[in-house]
Ligand binder design. Structure first.
Ligand SMILES: C[S@@+](CC[C@H](N)C(=O)[O-])C[C@H]1O[C@@H](n2cnc3c(N)ncnc32)[C@H](O)[C@@H]1O
Length: 280
């Protein structure tokens, strides 16, 4: 699928990194499939990507639906690199007019300035302090029109085998729950193997290996430890009706010591895709 209308022409054949592909194709298409099951996206006016990060997924939706206004918001500014990246990976000359990326402050209210048909987020709510989640969900609920949709994805969950998000450095399942924290930190800092291409991202080139490791350890320390049951409860408490939910689970032997401390279900649930609706 290419677009041949001049400015917004893009060609997916140039995609060369697993990172770009996993956002532009995989994540964007999951969002489109799930939201599109309940909303005629073609005729939607506006969608919001909360925690858009580098904005690759937001761009993936924007280019596939040029008539829809796509807003991406994030507390960071990684999306400033998107024009250059899109030129390299899609031969896109400039970002499309229907894509709007904004930097926000944590807990900045969005409902004052946005009325949208759907909100989506990808790998965001395991990184936000848990106390912020009800506040953010209430605001997102208010920014969605009546009958509009809310899509959420989290993977991996904290209590799952590689829930530390550190698998690229430490392959031992549940190392973050089994080992003293110093051992995990040392294992990351001492790792000198290859970083698999799908885990490099653009941070890797930009930061160098040492800082890349420190960045991921900091990210690990900020994970909120939320479970699938907890996040769905927050979605319901915000007033949404859950329409569809898919929990991804793993089937590997769980160390006995973990079963004494955690629920088996939490230890083996590594992801969730969820679609909810604001009542009309
Ligand atoms: C793991 S990244 C995912 C980014 C993007 N959705 C993706 O799939 O590449 C999590 C993102 O959530 C953002 N974030 C964390 N707390 C936030 C908040 N309170 N408001 C908006 N974005 C937030 C972070 O800055 C980060 O870009």
């Amino acid at each position: 699928m290419h677009h041949s209308s001049s400015k917004a022409a893009w060609n997916p054949e140039h995609i060369s990194t697993v990172w770009f592909d996993s956002h532009f194709n995989h994540a964007a298409n999951r969002v489109i499939d799930w939201v599109g099951a309940e909303l005629d996206i073609e005729n939607a006016a506006t969608m919001l990507d909360f925690g858009c990060g580098g904005g690759i997924t937001t761009l993936g939706v924007a280019l596939r639906y040029p008539s829809v206004q796509l807003h991406g918001v994030d507390i960071g500014d990684k999306f400033l690199q998107l024009p250059e990246l899109a030129k390299e990976q899609l031969h896109l000359q400039q970002l499309p007019d229907n894509l709007h990326l904004h930097r926000i402050q944590p807990l900045q209210p969005l409902a004052e300035s946005h009325v949208v048909d759907a909100v989506f987020n990808w790998s965001v709510f395991e990184h936000v302090p848990q106390s912020h989640i009800p506040v953010i969900f209430a605001d997102l609920y208010n920014s969605i029109r009546e009958g509009g949709l809310f899509f959420l994805q989290i993977e991996p969950f904290y209590h799952s085998p590689w829930g530390s998000h550190l698998r690229r450095f430490v392959d031992t399942p549940w190392a973050h729950l089994l080992w003293p924290s110093g051992r995990l930190q040392d294992a990351v800092m001492d790792y000198d193997g290859e970083i698999p291409a799908q885990h490099q991202g653009h941070q890797y080139q930009a930061r160098g290996v040492e800082n890349f490791k420190r960045f991921h350890l900091e990210e690990f320390n900020r994970l909120n430890g939320i479970t699938a049951d907890q996040i769905t409860a927050y979605v319901r408490d915000a007033g949404f009706e859950i329409l569809r939910e898919q929990r991804l689970s793993m089937d590997i032997p769980v160390p006995e010591v973990l079963l004494e401390q955690y629920r088996k279900e939490d230890l083996l649930t590594n992801g969730i895709l969820l679609l909810a609706r604001k009542q009309a």
